[in-house]
Ligand binder design. Structure first.
Ligand code: DP6
Length: 337
């Protein structure tokens, strides 16, 4: 049996829209921070038939939807195909039993699929020794695009070779700098614990229908991804703030103008963003905001701003708050193979 653990990541340059939907090959590069909370553990074993059990943060078994089970089975199929392409066809069992233990409330914009599929990829790699971290990130990506980034710790880029849209290996993650390079903190303010109605997978498929999509991809390819990497390497918070917030609004503009339109942000999101903008101007705080596919606001800051940011977050009485730091990426906890 193999047990692997992983965590979500928060994107600074966001992944939105694919070159190839089945293989989750993104249109553009993305960039993120791997968080240290909340953790997901995946245990995997040989099994005559595919079985899947998932447990909620309180330990009760989660009733899985047909489509969630189908997604994990499809991921196993795609993983086998990828292993075949690198001449490791029989490296993982023909069928597996999977147990997922997650501390993440589902579908609230803190990337539960990224933590789950990166932990699954790491667990498969426990059976298939000899895979590189890059290969493992490709396996994670086949389940969820953003999951590729949680294989690595610290600051991570997902890089594309866009010349071939059917090459499964043409998008993979790599580490820009480890978690000790520049300690940043993510204070996560969740206005609603309600599950979102349209998930990212469906949203990605329609991104190209937005009139702003092409321009967005060009901006990331020509400038934004590199600006973000430079800001990280030089620890330039003002630059990181500018490019991250620009990219966040740009992605939500694409989402809101695609067909059908996706409005993930709500009044609480806009209120929090306005108040944080005012607070940081007044107190000169190094803090930036960013939102994924949900109303949840991520406030990323250096240690200097942490106290004020956490005080602000905990004063939002109608919201749930999570606190995260940075982490080293997916890992194997136990391997009895
Ligand atoms: C808005 O990785 O969740 O969080 O591949 O369908 O699982 P799937 O999509 P997913 O998309 C993430 C979208 C995002 C931005 C990001 O994390 O880069």
């Amino acid at each position: 049996m193999v047990t692997a653990r992983s965590t979500p990541n928060i994107a600074l340059i966001k992944y939105w829209g694919n070159r190839n939907d089945e293989l989750r090959l993104p249109m553009a590069d993305s960039c993120s921070i791997t968080l240290d909370f909340p953790c997901v553990e995946v245990s995997m074993d040989h099994s005559p038939i595919f079985t899947l059990h998932s447990y909620l943060p309180d330990g009760t078994e989660k009733i899985l939807k047909e489509k969630d089970i189908a997604r994990i089975e499809e991921h196993l199929k795609l993983t086998k195909q990828f292993l075949e392409s690198v001449n490791m066809a029989n490296a993982i069992p023909e069928s597996v039993s999977i147990t997922i233990r997650s501390a993440i409330p589902p579908a609230i914009g803190i990337a539960s699929s990224a933590a789950v599929f990166s932990a699954l990829a790491k667990a498969y790699a426990g059976f298939a020794s000899g895979l590189s971290s890059r290969d493992i990130s490709i396996i994670a990506r086949l389940g969820s695009g953003s999951a590729a980034r949680s294989i690595f710790g610290g600051f991570v880029a997902l890089t594309n070779d866009t010349t071939n849209s059917s090459d499964v290996a043409s998008a993979s993650a790599n580490q820009i700098a480890d978690e000790h390079h520049w300690p940043l903190f993510d204070t996560i303010i969740v206005p609603t614990m309600e599950e979102k109605k349209v998930g990212s997978t469906e949203g990605h498929h329609m991104a190209h229908t937005s009139p702003h999509f092409k321009k967005r991809i060009e901006a990331i390819r020509s400038r934004r991804q590199q600006e973000c990497i430079d800001a990280i390497l030089t620890k330039d918070f003002a630059k990181l703030q500018a490019v991250t917030e620009e990219d966040c609004w740009d992605m939500h503009n694409v989402m809101q103008t695609q067909t059908p339109p996706l409005q993930y942000l709500n009044d609480e999101t806009y209120r929090i963003v306005d108040e944080i903008t005012e607070l940081r101007e007044r107190e000169h705080l190094p803090v930036l905001f960013t939102m994924d596919a949900g109303p949840t606001v991520h406030l990323i800051c250096t240690e200097e701003a942490l106290k004020a940011v956490r005080e602000y977050a905990h004063a939002q009485k109608s919201c749930t708050v999570f606190e995260a730091g940075m982490r080293r990426g997916a890992e194997i906890l136990e391997n009895e193979e």
